[in-house]
Design a protein around this ligand. Structure first.
Ligand code: SAH
Length: 365
């Protein structure tokens, strides 16, 4: 049994079952044994791969988008370029390189990284050595100052949420408890929730409440709505609010039981982009999207960039570029193009931004 699992079993035996949000928070961010606190999870040798680790083209497109946004903001001489959950620092490095074609952008940008993992902070430091002098933060609050451009790829899906299940008595909270053998097991709270804040739902439905993600999105949207700039959130998720249990665990590129190895597997949820957009609007920002990642990247010029890179590449490299292009843009079966969505929240006075002059989801599902 992992050290974290032993600690969770003790905690539940002493204090009773845990809400799913508490379980997720400990599994991912426990100071000693949390999944992100102890390892570099990315790539072939790790547990999963993200878009910036698939290809430099992803970060390059986001860098161009950020450069465009900065110009639309009136090219302020100083602004905060904030990334929340920067992973290996690859996305920031690729963005900064691509944005060089926008004169003045690099000089105006103060790079801020919001990262909770000491292991990943070290890797970010290495990746960005000689390219930026980032300031690290534990929380987004301290990174947000003045006009800001905020980027978060695959962050919201790692923030803890709570789950409720509709029973004949009403919504009951899903909890992580212990079975007769002392193994971690899902159960339900003994009493129904007061109905008021939760919408109605069919019997057996699972309702997810992503409080942490909504709070972060509101905070960021409130900031750019007041001080100028915009934020881009990219993640696995849906454009429409629905019911369902989306908690999943991944280890060595395969799905595993979310309770089987707390601290040893990545835990994620699907992001409800409709609610994120509403939270952004309520906080005073304009919402663009959500749109599909594939369409977004193509609108920014991904195909042209892939072609340019291939022109200078060996046949093997050209094959890799074509495979990366497919992975980033293709539909559900093989790629991230449809499953991943992109939402921008900006100061309300800004003009429409590249990539979002597309049909708004969810018309096409
Ligand atoms: N954006 C990167 C990494 C995605 S993985 C990429 O696309 O490759 C999630 C990242 O968010 C990791 O860097 C993880 O350590 C960080 N993270 C998780 N919870 C966080 C939190 N509450 N605040 C800030 N960063 C967090």
């Amino acid at each position: 049994m992992s050290a974290l699992k032993a600690e969770l079993v003790r905690l539940i035996a002493d204090e009773g079952p845990l809400p799913v949000s508490h379980y997720m928070a400990l599994a991912l961010s426990h100071p000693q044994h949390g999944y992100y606190m102890t390892r570099d999870p990315f790539g072939a040798a790790g547990d999963f791969t993200t878009a910036p680790e698939i290809s430099q083209m992803f970060g390059e497109m986001l860098g161009l988008w950020a450069g465009h946004l900065w110009q639309a903001m009136g090219a302020p001489p100083r602004f905060a370029l904030v990334e929340i959950g920067p992973g290996r620092g690859t996305l920031m490095a690729d963005m900064l390189r691509a944005a060089r074609i926008v004169p003045g952008f690099r000089e105006a940008a103060c790079v801020h990284l919001v990262e909770t993992s000491p292991v990943l902070r070290e890797i970010q430091k290495e990746t960005l050595a000689g390219k930026a002098e980032p300031v690290w933060h534990d929380r987004a609050e301290t990174a947000l100052e003045g006009p800001a451009i905020v980027i978060a790829n695959e962050l919201l899906d790692a923030l803890p949420l709570d789950q409720f299940v509709m029973t004949p008595e009403g919504w009951r909270q899903r909890l992580v408890g212990l079975d007769a053998e002392g193994e971690l097991v899902f159960g339900l709270s003994g009493h129904a929730e007061a109905q008021a804040p939760l919408p109605p739902g069919p019997m057996g439905a699972v309702l997810e409440q992503p409080h942490a993600a909504l709070a972060l999105v509101s905070r960021v949207a409130g900031h750019v709505g007041r001080f100028g700039g915009g934020a881009l959130f990219l993640d696995y998720g849906s454009a429409e609010t629905g019911f369902g249990d989306t908690l999943q665990a991944m280890r060595r590129h395969a799905f595993v039981d979310p309770l089987s190895g707390p601290g040893d597997a990545d835990l994620t949820v699907h992001v409800d982009f409709a609610r994120m957009a509403q939270a952004g609007l309520r906080a005073g920002a304009a919402a663009h999207g959500p749109v599909r990642q594939g369409a977004f990247l193509l609108a920014l010029g991904l195909a042209e960039r892939a072609q340019a890179l291939s022109g200078k590449a060996s046949p093997e490299q050209a094959q890799e570029i074509a495979a990366a292009f497919d992975r980033l843009t293709a539909g559900a079966a093989t790629g991230m193009g449809d499953l991943f969505k992109v939402l921008a929240l900006t100061h309300p006075d800004l003009p429409p931004l590249p990539g979002f002059d597309l049909h708004r989801l969810p018309e096409q599902g």
